[in-house]
Write a protein that binds this ligand. Structure first.
Ligand code: ADP
Ligand code: MG
Length: 152
């Protein structure tokens, strides 16, 4: 069983669909770090992830709020964007630990800004530019992460 996964995403719609597929493969609370340059598709994929769990409506980038919460039928999803975090210690003040629970999935854009204050991820997800298109790479770091990859 491999702890790596790779797939091509030919357009934004495919990125959304992949996000949906990913959330449906998460049986247990899952923490996912999202890597990739600005505009690579991290927020687009997260939109699919959240919509895949039943959210209807917009998923906006939490660039200024740092985190956007979603209360869905069976899961809470916390979408973080730490791009504008100046000091990782701020995460301590916002009670970061409470977000990571047995009933929540957490997706974190720019996790490197929160080093030392975030739990280790079940999955590292990277979006790379391939010309105008994208590829998604997943690496599982935990048993739960492996289980997710296996279900994709
Ligand atoms: P990020 O959160 O990584 O900064 P966004 O999701 O906000 O990126 O923006 C990604 C942009 O790229 C959007 O304009 C989206 O329509 C586009 N996009 C997403 N996935 C693909 C893809 N697979 N191929 C081409 N364009 C894509
Ligand atoms: Mg984004």
């Amino acid at each position: 069983m491999s702890n790596l996964f790779k797939e091509n995403l030919v357009d934004a719609e495919q990125t959304v669909l992949f996000g949906q597929r990913l959330s449906n493969a998460c049986e247990f609370a899952t923490c996912i770090y999202l890597h990739g340059d600005l505009g690579a598709g991290k927020t687009t994929l997260t939109r699919g992830f959240i919509q895949g769990l039943g959210h209807v409506g917009n998923v906006k980038s939490p660039t200024y709020t740092l985190v956007e919460p979603y209360e869905l039928a069976t899961w809470q999803v916390y979408h973080f964007d730490l791009y504008r975090l100046s000091d990782p210690e701020e995460l301590e003040f916002m009670g970061i630990r409470d977000y990571f629970s047995e009933t929540s999935h957490c997706l974190v854009e720019w996790p490197e800004k929160g080093v030392g204050f975030l739990p280790k991820p079940d999955l590292d997800l990277t979006l790379n530019y391939v010309g105008e298109k994208r590829e998604v790479l997943l690496q599982a770091n935990t048993e739960n992460g492996l289980r997710v990859l296996n279900k994709l």
